[in-house]
Write a protein that binds this ligand. Sequence first.
Ligand code: SAM
Length: 239
Amino acid sequence: MKIKELLAAGTKELGLELTSKQIDAFMNYLDILQEWNQKMNLTAIDDSEEIVIKHFLDSLSSVSVMDLAGDEKMIDLGTGAGFPGIPLKIFYPKLDLTLLDSTKKKITFLKNLVRELNLKGIEFIHGRAEDYGQKSKYRGSYDVVIARAVAPLNILSEYAIPFLKPTGSFLAQKGAKVKEEVIEATRAIEVLGAEIYDVVSIDLPYSDAKRNLVIIDKVRETPLEYPRKAGTPNKEPIS
Ligand code: SAM
């Protein structure tokens, strides 16, 4: 199957439809990612089919279970080479998106990518989630926080929940160990002022992999002491 067809068929399996303009944007993203990946290590996944399935379709898989209007203020924490944030922005052009990562070269790549794809309404942050979650411009100001492959859920919750508005939701894309991660994170989520709304299992198209989306709702203000200083959530997770 051709790469374009794989993307179109895969999104259909997720119950989504892409326009030809959106498919072209994904094909450009693929080319630019592979070109930059030769110069700098952005992602271990470099084969075209694998990028479509494990990056593009996996990033879009969350859309099939989220009830988004498409114009939310969203932050993607630890976005790396843009996942899941950029695929979501291609799908929902009106998203008000912030991409945050602590690795400078990834932000440099993303700025170039966004310019080449002509995407508008994206803010870039080079920094640590723990630091930005304490800044008044960002704390408590997002409808949606999303993250994939950044940290175990107990640690990730401390990065993510402080960014949410009182009515916001945190969506964590997780793999096979989701049950253990949820159990380990239960107390942290409560302490941070949120609760688990649902855990949805998704079959990733054209793969045997199962993915899990943990949906966490904010229910009250996060105590001011969180997030603690950079490195502490990782060294001493809330327990
Ligand atoms: N989310 C992307 C994906 O799924 O392909 C990238 C995953 S990569 C394994 C993890 C990324 O999170 C890296 O780019 C790293 O720089 C970033 N990261 C890890 N801890 C972070 C923190 N505390 N604040 C900001 N970025 C962080």
